[in-house]
Design a protein around this ligand. Structure first.
Ligand code: P6P
Length: 337
């Protein structure tokens, strides 16, 4: 029986081996993991904890907030304020950045998160999750502002998610591959269950909300039509489809067995690049996928190269098995400009 490696031991050994995880970043990641454990407890209570249903408010996205959205956001804020590792935080659930109160020491890291992604699934008991992204505050000026967060995803120093499903699993990268930690509820700790996660370059499984088909642009329609044509079509193979409508769950499936996830631009809201948010959904997921050998673009550019202009800006997302993402991206490039 191999000895169980806890998240703490994994981070300490990574820090000792290659120094990729400075002490303050290790503290940050352990605090986020502990917060995810608390969120998992609240999610698992469901109706018994009186946490289902809506909170009667809307977030900056104009979306109705679920009680658990707000609880999860508060858990992450409270867990990270006092540690001295953060300069500020940003969340899908908050209009502006949250500065560390002056009574606590300021750190050098910026933490962005979607505290509970997929919350439309909460009341129907389908997997949901927390997504987080860590960058360093630029050190060329004192204080911190929203502009400090507007860095390309390639500047991330850590990224991950915690999926609250049949298991509670934390998935993490600090730039040295992807590792998965499953929550051992008896010990109350995250235990390493997979290292060096690899996404197969090819797949027969695509994830997209098909009900939006009439709104897509031509390259996406071409790609999906070819998948639907199956063996007799240009792809020469049959495809399967999955859509959980919870990005964390769909991405976890792709990291576990391959596949391609797409949330493209559509003409319902042409001024918006897509539905998903760049800073705390697309960027962390894109880095995880690339670290696992996959690819992630907005249909035309590598997501991690995109220069953000707004904290809550949206982006089209194509990520997963490299050969499929490259194909759909090439269809966009071939489109008559
Ligand atoms: P739709 C959840 O609300 C979310 O932001 C992602 O987790 C998910 O992939 C997507 O929206 C689902 O969107 O339009 O299919 O409900």
């Amino acid at each position: 029986m191999t000895s169980k490696i806890s998240l703490t031991r994994y981070l300490v050994e990574q820090q000792r081996v290659d120094g990729k995880i400075p002490a303050q970043l290790r503290l940050l990641l352990e605090v986020v993991a502990r917060a995810c454990k608390s969120i998992s407890q609240a999610v698992n209570k469901g109706a018994l904890g009186g946490v289902l249903g809506t909170a009667g408010s809307e977030n900056v996205q104009g979306e109705v907030q679920k009680k658990l959205d707000i609880i999860s956001n508060e858990v992450l804020i409270e867990a990270n304020e006092w540690g001295g590792h953060l300069a500020a935080m940003a969340s899908e659930e908050m209009d502006t950045i949250h500065l560390v109160p002056s009574r606590y020491p300021q750190g050098e890291y910026l933490l962005m998160f979607d505290p509970l992604d997929g919350s439309s699934n909460i009341d129907v008991n389908v997997s949901i999750g927390t997504i987080f992204s860590v960058m360093k505050k630029p050190d060329d000026h004192p204080g911190v502002s929203e502009a400090d967060f507007l860095q390309p995803g390639s500047q991330q120093v850590a990224a991950g998610y915690c999926v609250y499903g049949p298991q509670t699993t934390l998935v993490l990268t600090v730039g040295d591959g992807v590792a998965m930690f499953t929550l051992d509820r008896e010990q109350g700790s995250f235990v390493l269950t997979q290292e060096n996660v690899q996404i197969p370059a090819d797949t027969k499984e695509f994830a997209i909300n098909m009900s939006n088909m009439r709104h897509w642009d031509a390259p996406v329609k071409r790609y999906i039509d070819e998948c639907l044509a199956g063996k007799e079509g240009p792809r020469g193979k049959d495809f399967n489809m999955r859509w959980i409508a919870s990005m964390v769950a769909d991405v976890h499936r792709i990291l576990t067995r391959g596949g391609v996830f797409m949330y493209p631009w559509d003409k319902r809201e042409p001024e918006k690049a897509g539905k998903l948010r760049l800073m705390y959904e697309a960027n962390p997921m894109a880095w995880l996928v690339e670290q696992a050998g996959g690819a992630a673009t907005n249909g035309r550019q590598r997501i991690l190269d995109l220069q953000p202009t707004k904290l809550h800006e949206r982006v089209a997302v194509f990520l997963g098995s490299k050969n499929e993402v490259d194909r759909v991206t090439s269809y966009h490039a071939a489109e008559k400009t």
